[in-house]
Design a protein around this ligand. Structure first.
Ligand code: FE
Length: 227
């Protein structure tokens, strides 16, 4: 099986949230798709080990925020690389409680959906939740949605120049060392530094402060490997 073939499948990236018994959580997922238009339904695939999985299974409701291309690293780090068991993911985001009581994340969101689960399919490691769409709202009509391909390329440093972690490979000096985060594949390059976090261009990886962490996922320095 050629796993590269899977990269030919197109996906978006979404924050999927739910709430049950005063526990609210959300995570970044890529498997969201419309199933039917009459009635409007959509499906999500959720890993059973995900904290939000059990919350959706109990509440039978979920909400989807469609992320935009300009989604901040803070949002990706908070919802993509942390567990709601350890932190309140909603502490530093703009969240609105819907009429159905669902937490709707508004940051970097182009559209919002709310669903009531009408069918659950056991898919082994994952559960497929099929939901009747209760509401659909366009938040940023002109925003481009973030795709999984774009995200992957951005964080591997092959992204368009507007992306926050863009690294122009033509700028890589001969012999320059690159260190890659083993968690999220962000690449640190000395000539680019990490100006958003006070690291000036030209700072070598060795000279980064010990408490510097990956700007994407928050991994510590020891989780980086030299390419
Ligand atoms: Fe990382």
């Amino acid at each position: 099986m050629d796993f590269q073939a899977f990269y030919q499948l197109s996906y978006g990236l979404y924050i999927i949230t739910s709430v049950w018994d005063n526990k609210k959580n959300g995570f970044i997922g890529n498997t969201v798709f419309q199933v039917t238009s009459k009635p409007p339904t959509m499906a999500i695939s959720v890993n059973k080990e995900n904290y939000t999985h059990d919350i959706i299974a109990e509440s039978k409701f979920f909400a989807v925020s469609v992320l935009t291309r300009n989604t901040s690293m803070d949002i990706i780090r908070t919802f993509g690389y942390n567990s709601g068991k350890d932190m309140d993911k909603f502490a530093n985001v703009t969240v609105q409680t819907s009429e159905n009581g669902l937490p709707l994340v508004l940051n970097d969101t182009s559209a919002l959906f709310e669903c009531r689960v009408i069918k659950t399919v056991d898919a082994g490691t994952h559960t497929l939740f099929i939901g009747e769409i209760l509401s659909a709202e366009l938040v940023q009509p002109n925003a481009d949605p973030l795709t999984y391909k774009y995200y992957r390329e951005v964080h591997k440093g092959k992204a368009p120049a507007k992306a926050p972690t863009f690294i122009d490979e033509t700028d890589i000096k001969a012999g320059e060392e690159i260190y890659t985060c083993q968690i999220c594949h962000y690449q640190y390059k000395a000539s680019a530094g990490d100006p958003d976090h006070g690291i000036a261009p030209g700072t070598s990886f060795e000279d980064l402060p010990d408490d510097w962490t990956c700007p994407v996922c928050g991994a510590t320095k020891d989780l980086f490997e030299k390419n």
